[in-house]
Every structure is written in C-alpha cells, then in structure tokens.
Design a protein around this ligand. Structure first.
Ligand SMILES: Nc1nc(=O)c2c([nH]1)NC[C@@H]1CN(c3ccc(C(=O)N[C@@H](CCC(=O)O)C(=O)O)cc3)CN21
Ligand SMILES: CC(C)C(=O)C(=O)O
Ligand SMILES: [Mg+2]
Length: 266
C-alpha cells in the first residue's frame, strides 16, 4: 500500500488541507515529485502530447499507459498513483474491466475515466471489483473533436446544471474522486462543497480540494509555445527542478496557487 490512500485524501478534504497532484510518466520524476511532497501522481494520457508530440491524447494506447504506469510505480515513494484509461479503452464494460486490470497490475491504485453521468455503471461495477475510480468532468480532452477544441465547459447555466447533476450522480455511483478541468471557479466551488469525495481541479479555481498540473507545463516547457491560462511556471525563481516541484506543493498547500488569473469566470 502507498502511504497516501483514499482514506488519507478523505481526511485532507475534511481538514481543509489541499491535495497536491502532479503528472508523472517515469521513475525519476515520480521519485522527485514524491520527495517534494506530492500526494498523488497522475500517469496522464497527456503523455501523448508532452512525451510523444501528438496534437491530442487520442493516439495513446493501453500499452503506452501500462508502460509508463510501471515506470512511475518503480520510482514512487508513497504517493497514490492514478492512471488514465486512454481513448476508447472503456468503450464497453468488458474492455473497461480488462484495461483497468492491466493498469492496476502495472502499479496504479486508481484509474481515471473521462465522461459524465454515463460513467455511473462502469464506476459502480469497477468499485465492486476493487478498482477505485476518479471521474474526469468538464473539459474532457478525449472528446476534443466533439467539444470543438480545448474550451472552458459549464459557462451556460444549462451546462452548469448538468455538471452539478453529473458530479452528484457519479459520487452516488461510488466514484472515489472527481477531477474538474476548465470549468468556472464558482461552479467548481459549488460542486466541491456538494460532494463528500475529494475534488481535484485544473483550471477550476482555488476552491477545489486539490490541484493538478502537467509536469512539463509547471516546469515551463511547452511544445506549442503558449501554455493554457491555468498553468504557472514554477521554475521561475527556482534554481533546480526539485526546488520547483517543492514550490508547487507549497503553493497548492498554502493556496497561493491557483491565483484568480489562473481560473475562468462564468
Ligand atoms: N501539456 C498539456 N497540458 C495540459 O494541461 C493538457 C495536455 N497537455 N493535454 C491534454 C489536455 C489538454 N488540455 C488543455 C489544452 C489547452 C487548453 C486551452 O488552451 N484552454 C484555453 C481556454 C479557452 C477558453 O476560454 O475556452 C486557455 O486559454 O487556457 C486547455 C486545456 C489540458 N490537458
Ligand atoms: C490534465 C490531467 C488532468 C490529465 O488528465 C492528463 O494529464 O492526462
Ligand atoms: Mg488525461
């Protein structure tokens, strides 16, 4: 078992102490993040963009996710490891079970699925089989071709109402955690208060129970030359990568990150 478990995260939410989460794709950065005090490591399918150079997360395979999960597991020092199920790896229940098993056996402690209320059945069935699930709501990058780009979600009242309902339904179904990406800060605050499970945000303001960023983004690296609005470069003013990782954890814990400028309004 890792030092950080679901119970730990529940306690952090109750105490009002923020959860620091960061993506990791290899053993060395996993170890460095742990030594900086990161609570949760996310083996994100963002690796398709930052490691592989694709322009979306869609080309990422299960083999890729299992390979990077196994590498992160070897460098991990007590963090909870969450791995993304990649595009179309949870299109039906049989695939969802087999692919979740592969990630758990590679070293994940939880899997993350992108979607909405339709995730209720897979979440309930995975939990019954021993797999905790994080539900990723709001801007779901695997649906970029449906969404028409990487755009803020939940700005219209009807969409906001839908997101609130989805969050409650997925908690009810047995989700262990929610991740809100690119939603107005006010809406993320409401959802965080309305559920008992931890809510992690990226581009969702400072009121969520924790924050996540893509490792390369927070180290000031970008393939496209322009980072999303919610990114802060933590290398600025730091002399080393370990110092930047520590600055990130400190900023999340003392709620100096994210600032208002990193969030979206309705
Ligand atoms: N390097 C990296 N960082 C990420 O955060 C990330 C990935 N890759 N790959 C998968 C998804 C894609 N993500 C993205 C990418 C771009 C924006 C973006 O540029 N958003 C606009 C908002 C536009 C609006 O106002 O609707 C922004 O200005 O931030 C957001 C999320 C988040 N994830
Ligand atoms: C951006 C985060 C939330 C993610 O899903 C990823 O890194 O793939
Ligand atoms: Mg992802």
């Amino acid at each position: 078992m890792p030092d950080v478990t679901l119970t730990t995260l529940q306690e952090l939410k109750l105490k009002g102490e923020k959860i620091a989460m960061l993506t990791a794709y290899d053993a060395t950065f996993a170890q460095a993040a742990c030594q900086a005090g990161v609570d949760v490591l996310l083996v994100g399918d963002s690796l398709g963009m930052v490691l592989q150079g694709h322009d979306s997360t869609l080309p990422v395979s299960m083999a890729d996710m299992a390979y990077h999960t196994a590498a992160v597991k070897r460098g991990n020092q007590g963090a909870l490891i969450i791995s993304d199920l990649p595009f179309m790896a949870y299109a039906n229940l049989e695939q969802t079970f087999a692919n979740s098993a592969a990630l758990m056996q590679a070293g994940a402690h939880m899997v993350k699925l992108e979607g909405a209320a339709w995730l209720a059945d897979p979440i309930r069935l995975l939990a019954e089989r021993g797999v905790p699930v994080c539900a990723h709501l709001g801007l779901t990058p695997q649906a970029v071709n449906i969404l028409g780009g990487y755009k803020v979600q939940g700005r219209q009242e009807a969409q906001a109402r839908q997101l609130r309902a989805d969050a409650m339904a997925l908690e009810q179904a047995g989700a262990a955690m929610l991740l809100l990406e690119c939603v107005p800060s006010e809406l993320a605050a409401e959802i965080t208060q309305s559920v008992k499970i931890p809510v992690i945000g990226i581009g969702a303001g400072s009121a969520t129970d924790g924050q996540v960023l893509v490792l390369h983004d927070m180290l000031g690296l970008s393939l496209t030359g322009r980072a999303p609005k919610f990114v802060k470069n933590f290398m600025e003013g730091q002399a080393s990568i370990p110092a930047a990782l520590s600055a990130y954890v400190r900023a999340v814990k003392d709620v100096t990150f994210p600032a208002a400028e990193h969030g979206f309004s309705a």
